[in-house]
Write a protein that binds this ligand. Structure first.
Ligand code: URA
Length: 230
C-alpha cells in the first residue's frame, strides 16, 4: 500500500497531517526516512513516526522444498505427514504454500509468509509457467499437443484451461507447462484421454527451478535474485 494511504487509514492522522509528516521527514520505513507519499509499505515493513512504532515489521521468509511423495501440501493434517513437518520448527511459523502439489507429486514447492508475493506467483492472470515432468500409464499421442494448446473444459469450475505447452519426451513421458494451478489440473488434462498420470514432478515455477542439489525432503532459502523474479 502507498505510504500516504497507510498513514491516513490510521485514526490519528488526516491527509493534511500526513503531508506535513512526510515533508518534515518524520516518517521512516525500515529505518530510512521517507518523504515520498507513494513509497510502498508492505506487510513486512517497519513504519515509525517520531519514534512511535506504527507497524512493527517482521522478516519475510521464502523457501524452496523438494517435496517427496507421501506427504500432504498443507500446514496441518490429522492423518498424514505434511510438508511443514520437513522444516525446522523455528521456520514453520506463519508459512503458507504457493501452489500445492498432490500427495504423491514430487518436486518444487515454494513456501513463504509473504502473501502478496505468493499471489503474483500463483494467480493465473500473472501467466507464470509451472513446468511438470509427467509419466503416464498409456502412450501419449502426438494429437495431445494441440488439445493441450486449445484447452480443456473443466465443468466443475465452468472454465476452459489456458493454452498449455506439451513436449513429448518419450512414449509415456512429457514435459508440460501450464500457467494455472487448478485442482488436480494435470491429472484431469490427461484424464480427458483416459490416460492415467503415474508420475508427476514439478521442475520449475517461472524462473525458479528446483535446485538439483536438494534431495527429496530437503529445503533451502530462496536467493535474492529468485525472490526478485516475482
Ligand atoms: N496437477 C495435478 O494433477 N497434481 C499436482 O500435484 C499438480 C498439478
Amino acid at each position: 500500500m502507498r505510504l500516504d494511504r497507510f498513514l491516513t487509514n490510521l485514526p490519528c492522522y488526516n491527509r493534511q497531517h500526513v503531508r506535513l509528516l512526510l515533508a518534515q521527514r518524520r516518517v521512516s520505513v525500515d529505518g530510512v526516512a521517507v518523504s515520498d507519499p507513494l513509497h510502498e509499505v508492505r506487510e513486512f515493513s517497519r513504519v515509525v513516526v517520531d519514534e512511535q512504532v506504527l507497524q512493527p515489521g517482521r522478516p519475510a521468509r521464502y523457501l524452496m522444498l523438494h517435496k517427496p511423495a507421501g506427504c500432504v501440501s498443507a500446514t496441518r493434517d490429522p492423518q498424514h505427514p505434511t510438508v511443514l513437518d520437513l522444516l525446522p520448527a523455528d521456520l514453520r511459523d506463519d508459512l503458507h504454500i504457493a501452489g500445492r502439489l498432490d500427495y504423491n507429486t514430487t518436486g518444487l514447492l515454494i513456501l513463504t509468509n509473504d502473501g502478496q508475493w505468493s499471489r503474483r506467483l500463483t494467480q493465473p492472470k500473472t501467466q507464470v509457467a509451472k513446468t511438470y515432468l509427467v509419466q503416464t500409464e498409456d502412450e501419449i499421442g502426438a494429437h495431445y499437443v494441440d488439445k493441450f494448446r486449445e484447452g480443456f473444459y473443466f465443468a466443475f469450475e465452468d472454465l476452459t484451461t489456458q493454452p498449455a505447452q506439451l513436449d513429448l519426451l518419450g512414449p509415456r513421458e512429457a514435459r508440460l507447462a501450464i500457467v494455472e494451478g487448478r485442482y488436480h489440473q494435470v491429472k484431469r488434462m490427461f484424464g480427458f484421454f483416459q490416460n492415467k498420470v503415474v508420475g508427476l514432478h514439478r521442475q520449475s515455477m517461472g524462473a525458479i527451478e528446483l535446485d538439483p542439489g536438494l534431495a527429496p525432503g530437503q529445503f533451502r532459502v530462496l536467493s535474492d535474485s529468485e525472490i526478485a523474479c516475482f
